[in-house]
Design a protein around this ligand. Structure first.
Ligand code: NCD
Length: 308
């Protein structure tokens, strides 16, 4: 007789036990297949709204399944470390693992991974999918395949911003001219750009095609950070007046979440010059394309899981 619930080992007959073990072996050997399509797993050890949901929705829209690692309700609570948790997730063999964490990915973690991996933001280091998304939105706005001769100003706490670091690399590769406005940018950052380094809006005398505002990185600030939130706002907050000095065609980007009044004035958040909503909606498209590229043939093909 087949059981309909398993509450205790006592519920199982000897043949039930043998049947479960045999079926498990046949999945391992590939004699029997589980779901053919790939399964992606998202593991976010830092908060996220846009990035996580756009990855998950992109996977669903591609007809894939998603398993989400629920950090606050996971074994992290029982003392498992982030790295141990990631190792555990890897043992479950998702076809693609999408990870955000507060530290830079170590080479050991990347090498030892054994599954496809996407960086959804690693500490202050990089956020490559946000940069790809920002490039996508800018190219669409300019109606072009490249960013040659486009002047882009990135504003805020460059040093701690993974969004800025990935965008500086990518937008310049697409031909853009990148300048920074940051009291904090260091010589190292200056060397990474082909444009100017400004300390104050009043130092800027030219017009720009786009301004990219960054989020204040409160969670990464320590005593070395000289600016309070009020000072940050005074120095960086984009207002209509400041925007007007950047030329009449300058559009606004911000990766979100926006701290209104600190990074951007309320009137600009929903102004026609803001591409911020597109930076959300287009995330789905960009991330779908990336998932499909990384999965390659495994996107649809029947696979025998690589259990050892
Ligand atoms: C960024 C993030 O949380 O990494 N936003 C985003 O991914 N949409 C913002 C940031 O941290 O600068």
């Amino acid at each position: 007789m087949k059981i309909s619930s398993l509450i205790s080992i006592d519920d199982l007959s000897d043949s039930d036990i043998a049947s479960i073990l045999n079926e498990s072996r046949s999945y391992k050997s590939g004699i029997k297949e589980m779901q053919k399509k790939a399964v992606i797993m998202t593991a976010f050890f830092e908060p996220s709204t846009r990035t996580r949901l756009s990855f998950e929705l992109a996977a669903y829209r591609l007809g894939l399944s998603v398993a989400h690692f629920d950090g606050p309700n996971s074994s992290l609570k029982k003392g498992e470390s982030v790295l141990q948790s990631l190792h555990t997730l890897r043992c479950l063999l998702p076809d693609l693992l999408i990870v955000r964490m507060s530290e830079k990915f170590s080479q050991e973690f990347i090498n030892g991974h054994g599954t496809r991996l996407i960086n959804a933001g690693d500490g202050c280091n990089e956020h490559p999918t946000q940069a790809l998304l920002d490039a996508f939105v800018l190219l669409e706005h300019f109606g072009s395949d490249d960013l040659f001769k486009k002047k882009i100003l990135i504003v805020g706490d460059i040093q701690h911003s993974r969004v800025a670091h990935s965008n500086i690399k990518l937008l310049q590769r697409l031909g853009a001219h990148i300048s920074l406005l940051s009291h904090q940018a260091l010589e190292e950052e200056k060397k990474s750009i082909n444009g100017d380094l400004f300390r104050d809006y009043s130092d800027i005398k030219e017009s720009y095609d786009a301004i990219m505002m960054l989020r204040i990185q409160k969670e990464r600030l320590n005593s070395n950070f000289a600016l309070s939130e009020n000072n940050y706002s005074e120095r960086y907050c984009l207002t209509a007046h400041r925007l007007s000095s950047l030329g009449k065609n300058c559009v606004i980007l911000h990766p979100g979440p926006v701290n209104i009044g600190t990074e951007l004035s309320a009137e600009l958040r929903f102004s026609p010059k803001s591409l911020i909503d597109k930076q959300v909606s287009h995330g789905l498209l960009l991330r779908a394309a990336l998932i499909k590229m990384l999965l390659g043939d495994d996107y649809e093909k029947n696979r025998i899981f690589g259990f050892s």
